[in-house]
Design a protein around this ligand. Sequence first.
Ligand code: MN
Length: 250
Amino acid sequence: MDSRKPSRRQFLTTLAAAVPAATALASMAGAAETTKPAETKSAEPAAGPFSVPALAYAFGALEPHIDAKTMEIHHDKHHAAYVKNLNDAVAGKPDLAGKTVEELVKGLASIGDEKTRTAIRNNGGGHLNHTWFWESMTPGGVEMSDDLSDALNSAFGSVEDFKKQFNDAGLKRFGSGWVWLVKGKDGKLGIVSTANQDNPLTDGATPLLGNDVWEHAYYLKYQNKRADYLAAWWNVVNWSKVAERFKAAK
Ligand code: MN
């Protein structure tokens, strides 16, 4: 008997127990994925106007704060599913298919058909929220601009107080959703939390930074410890991107 067989079987069993079979196979097919730039791993051609954007960094680049496997499943499976369902929702509806995802999410109330509106609320929101989420992170994080820290100090007392309030809102979101730094309709900076894939744009606010508090964003590494995930996430926030959005919202 081939002495390698038991260990290989054991390896497969271990993998299969850890992750769904399809993911395990995908991961075996490309064990080096985490070290390759993400743009080499674009999804299948989009069957519709929307597609999953490539990451600007490798799946493993946000380690140890966000693990490579979570990033891979989150980007390639979860985000891809929102995109597929969004494309399905606008198929055969040129008035919707011709819009940007921001326009769709902002204009939800104008979509008359309830089934389509719900599909776009969930999946347009899912596509938009995740697209911004990937851009909101960068390996090792970056320094905050003076403009932005001045604004946060003035709105929340200090940057530390801002983070504390943001984490608190993320922790209190029951079930799945997001926590956001927004520029509100009143022009003031504020913290809001939304359920599911709702985006503050729908309510007329401008999101500057959002963190995903769905369990799929952290469960593999942090299990039930959402607070630990929220705390660690600040290490990878791309403050340049936030400052850019802040400037654009002025
Ligand atoms: Mn997510």
